[in-house]
Unconditional design. Structure first.
Length: 403
């Protein structure tokens, strides 16, 4: 039998809460009514086993963290106490794993810990960037304002990532469909047609011989080789492109790929400038801001440039001058606007404007990416289909001429 929690009004018009075991909500409601209670609501409680399974299988997404930040900001701005805010946020969460994390934050805050210290116990889900900003908000007494800056940064970052993934869906579907159709044709359709040509013992054109060889190879080894390659190649690429020298080499190449390189550059600039803007608005020094945003981007070249700039800024060198040493990473627009910001004392506003510019620029480029890629993909598909058609038709025309 399941456990149901309920809220109701008793015969003395007093609001009561409790739990009751039962099979269905209707039966529990009927049982409460027989006890003279006016039922307000009944909710099935998750069992320990189901909760532990949910926590083990679920993962905490970027959307979960955005909703958490929004709940904190909204409730704190309304004047709700921090511990009560965390309890409400836990109740609002549908993710059992994240709910457990928020409840742990709630317990630690009730014991007297600061929110930043409580978050530090969960570094996997709350980055150093977020924890540092919240610590600044606690020290300045402007936690709600800082949370708003974090929320803006998280939402913009999520929007960019979503648009980037969305722009790749159509090309990915078209490529996967084309590859699947070609493999099916080469494995099952083409052998039946080319078998007739082989029986004739005539000299076949080069394209037909290539087609037959490819078809025979796929027919013999395709069922084993193709699934193996489909698993092995992406896995090998992920391992190579995410570690050590392989990651450095991939990041270097990525910036120099036509069209894609410019999108990668502007995507990283949008994330970095938005993050630095949030830090500066919260009262963090430019040196500390650069240290904190190093891990906002995963691109090794940007990480190195930020790390070196953070060290050199301490010596009194303007950031705009330092970034001029990386023309492939920071275009003149960035360095010129930062120079203006340094001279006017409005560096946070310049970073904010740069973030808005690059976010809009990336969004436009991603929306136009499908338009650019579509003709190339269609041309590639047409070339493959044309090669197969010509390879089959050429021998037929030759046979027709000899008759």
């Amino acid at each position: 039998m399941a456990v149901f929690s309920y809220t109701a009004i008793n015969s003395k018009n007093v609001f009561v809460k409790g739990t009751l075991r039962g099979l269905f909500i209707k039966r529990v409601t009927a049982a409460l009514s027989r006890q003279g209670l006016q039922v307000v609501n009944v909710k099935r409680e998750a069992t320990r086993q189901s909760s532990s399974v949910a926590r083990a299988t679920s993962r905490i997404t970027r959307v979960d963290r955005i909703f958490f930040t929004r709940h904190l900001y909204t409730l704190l701005e309304a004047g709700v106490a921090l511990d009560k805010t965390l309890r409400i946020a836990a109740e609002q969460s549908d993710n059992e794993k994240f709910k457990a994390v928020i409840l742990d934050l709630y317990k630690n805050v009730q014991r007297g810990q600061s929110l930043s210290a409580a978050l530090a116990q969960h570094p996997k889900y709350f980055s150093l960037f977020v924890r540092s900003l919240i610590r600044v908000g606690e020290q300045s007494g402007k936690l709600d304002e800082v949370l708003l800056h974090i929320l803006e940064q998280q939402e913009k970052d999520y929007e960019l990532a979503t648009k980037a993934r969305g722009a790749m869906i159509y090309p990915a579907i078209l490529i996967a469909t084309t590859v699947s159709i070609v493999i099916l044709m080469m494995t099952f359709v083409v052998p039946k047609i080319t078998g007739i040509f082989e029986e004739s013992h005539a000299t076949l054109p080069l394209t037909t011989r290539i087609l037959i060889a490819t078809s025979n190879f796929l027919h013999r080894y395709g069922l084993v080789l193709l699934p193996t390659l489909a698993l092995a190649l992406p896995t090998a690429f992920r391992l190579w492109s995410r570690r050590g020298r392989g990651k450095t080499q991939w990041d270097y190449l990525l910036l120099r790929i036509p069209i894609a390189g410019k999108i990668v550059r502007e995507f990283n600039l949008a994330r970095l400038t938005r993050s630095i803007s949030a830090l500066l608005k919260s009262g963090v020094s430019i040196h500390r801001a650069l240290e904190l945003v190093r891990d906002v981007t995963s691109h090794t070249e940007y990480q190195r440039s930020i790390q070196r700039s953070a060290q050199m800024v301490l010596r009194g060198i303007p950031l705009s001058e330092l970034l001029k040493g990386y023309p492939s990473l920071y275009p003149p627009l960035v360095t010129r606007m930062l120079e203006v910001g340094e001279l006017s004392g409005q560096l946070d506003r310049m970073f904010d404007r740069l973030a808005a510019y690059y976010e809009k620029s990336v969004a436009n480029k991603l929306s136009n990416l499908t338009t650019v890629i579509e003709p190339v993909l269609l041309l590639t598909v047409g070339s493959i289909v044309g090669f197969i058609a010509v390879s089959i038709l050429l021998p037929i025309w030759k046979f027709a001429e000899t008759i």
